[in-house]
Design a protein around this ligand. Structure first.
Ligand code: SF4
Ligand code: F3S
Length: 106
């Protein structure tokens, strides 16, 4: 499956949602995850993300590997998002900021 990683946090641009053919994105307050049981590995969302936050599970940067489990667990409790919406207000300012996991709201 594909995995949403740290740089989505506090940005949540949501461009990824519109291209997913199987509607497998799930939405939290300031982060999205991919439901690994639904993702069909089509790759379409990767290029859409302005934050470059989406990776194939096998291609995750070493410091992002824990996001596989985080996507799987949060996908079980967060609702589906099936249409793009406005990014979070300060999305551009937070894009590429390091160590955003501490700001994740669940
Ligand atoms: Fe959806 Fe395809 Fe991205 Fe998986 S790889 S989340 S199926 S757009
Ligand atoms: Fe997040 Fe990128 Fe989608 S910032 S909401 S993974 S477009």
């Amino acid at each position: 499956a594909y995995v949403v990683t740290e740089n989505c946090i506090k940005c949540k641009f949501t461009d990824c949602v519109d291209v997913c053919p199987v509607d497998c994105f799930r939405e939290g307050p300031n982060f999205l995850v991919i439901d690994p049981d639904e993702c069909i590995d089509c790759t379409l969302c990767v290029a859409e993300c302005p934050a470059e936050a989406i990776f194939a599970e096998d291609d995750l940067p070493a410091d992002q590997e824990h996001f596989t489990e985080l996507n799987a667990s949060l996908a079980k409790v967060w609702p589906a998002i099936v249409e793009r919406k406005e990014p979070l207000a300060d999305a551009e300012e937070w894009n590429k900021v390091k160590d955003k996991l501490q700001f994740l709201e669940k």
